[in-house]
Design a protein around this ligand. Structure first.
Ligand code: MUC
Length: 93
């Protein structure tokens, strides 16, 4: 199944810079491992916001939840999940 996920990231203003750098490095490593194994299909920054739109291809809700809750930044992320279905007018490429 395909899911569109908007993630809004809210890092506490008082988080020490070293802790933030460690968190961002862990996030990159985890995120890129999912991109490389093919389950994290797209990752786009929302221009001007600390937010992203992501597309995941996974077996279903449980696997999506497992991946999202594994994000090192999960506790600082508000995620809005939209399941995607096939549009009948979409040109198959
Ligand atoms: O948008 C962000 O920076 C948070 C995040 C979620 C996946 C990822 O690689 O970074």
């Amino acid at each position: 199944m395909l899911y569109l996920v908007r993630m809004d990231v809210n890092i506490p203003a008082d988080m020490p810079a070293e802790e933030l750098a460690r968190l961002q490095a862990a996030e990159r490593e985890y995120s890129q491992s999912l991109q490389l194994d093919g389950r994290f299909k797209h990752l786009w920054r929302v221009a001007g916001e600390y937010a992203n739109y992501s597309v995941f291809e996974v077996s279903g809700n449980d696997e999506l939840h497992e991946l999202l809750s594994g994000l090192p930044m999960f506790r600082y992320i508000t995620a809005h999940v939209t399941p995607l279905a096939t549009h009948p007018n979409a040109v198959q490429r």
